[in-house]
Ligand binder design. Structure first.
Ligand SMILES: Cc1cc2nc3c(=O)[nH]c(=O)nc-3n(C[C@H](O)[C@H](O)[C@H](O)COP(=O)(O)O)c2cc1C
Length: 202
């Protein structure tokens, strides 16, 4: 007969309850825009619901937010340099792409969207995008003129055709002290889309 203090009394299950993204692997690829700071909150939310999160940053992204922030939030190494050889024989952009269930590009700069739409792979993030076999969710963020530019819209349309999903951008106040379309979606909205995309098939 269990004692009243027995934690197993009354059929209470052992261990913590499973989290919605337990066992799922997400790469968050951060590009060089002001909205990079919002990606820290996104990463934290993903970690809190059980996702294994690895952050890749462009060199330009590191001008906006430190890799250390993401390293602390994820408990994992942050990758920027495709040539880094921490693990012998590891071709970083390919191994990351193979291991993950979803790549989240946030913020997605006009530059990175242009590279992705044209198959350019000259840095870790663009090479990862080209090598990713998993779904990609992009959260664009840029000045309204950059967003409305025909080149950006053409790149976007092409990426949509190839299966890239987009969240945002929304309209509003931008860090460049301009207003209009181009503001990165709030991290909570991106988070909701990530959870939706990673939900097991029912
Ligand atoms: C202060 C500042 C803010 C910027 N913000 C953005 C931005 O929000 N979106 C964007 O597409 N480019 C932005 N840029 C330009 C990019 O940083 C630039 O195109 C860069 O080459 C992008 O590099 P990446 O795509 O490799 O990260 C900004 C530049 C500066 C100096």
């Amino acid at each position: 007969m269990p004692s009243p203090t027995d934690p197993h009394a009354g059929g209470v299950p052992d261990g913590p309850a499973p989290l919605p993204l337990d066992g799922r692997e997400v790469v968050v690829a951060v590009c060089g825009g002001i909205a990079a700071y919002k990606s820290a909150y996104l990463v934290s939310r993903l970690v809190q619901v059980g996702a294994g999160v690895t952050v890749c940053m462009t060199e330009n992204a590191t001008r906006f937010i430190g890799a250390l922030t993401f390293r602390a939030l994820t408990g994992r190494a942050v990758h920027t340099d495709p040539w880094a050889d921490e693990e012998a024989g590891d071709i970083r952009h390919l191994s990351l792409a193979e291991r993950c269930d979803l790549v989240v590009l946030a913020p997605a700069t006009a530059n990175m969207l242009a590279k992705a739409a044209n198959g350019i792979a000259d840095d870790l993030v663009s090479a990862l995008l080209l090598g990713a076999g998993c779904p990609v969710l992009a959260a664009p963020a840029m000045n309204p003129r950059m967003w409305k530019h025909a080149a950006t819209q053409r790149n976007l349309a092409f990426l949509r055709e190839t299966g890239v999903r987009f969240v945002g951008p929304s309209e509003g106040w931008l860090a460049c002290r301009d207003e209009g379309p181009g503001r990165m979606s709030e991290p909570d909205e991106i988070f909701t889309d990530v959870v939706e995309l990673l939900r097991p098939e029912r």
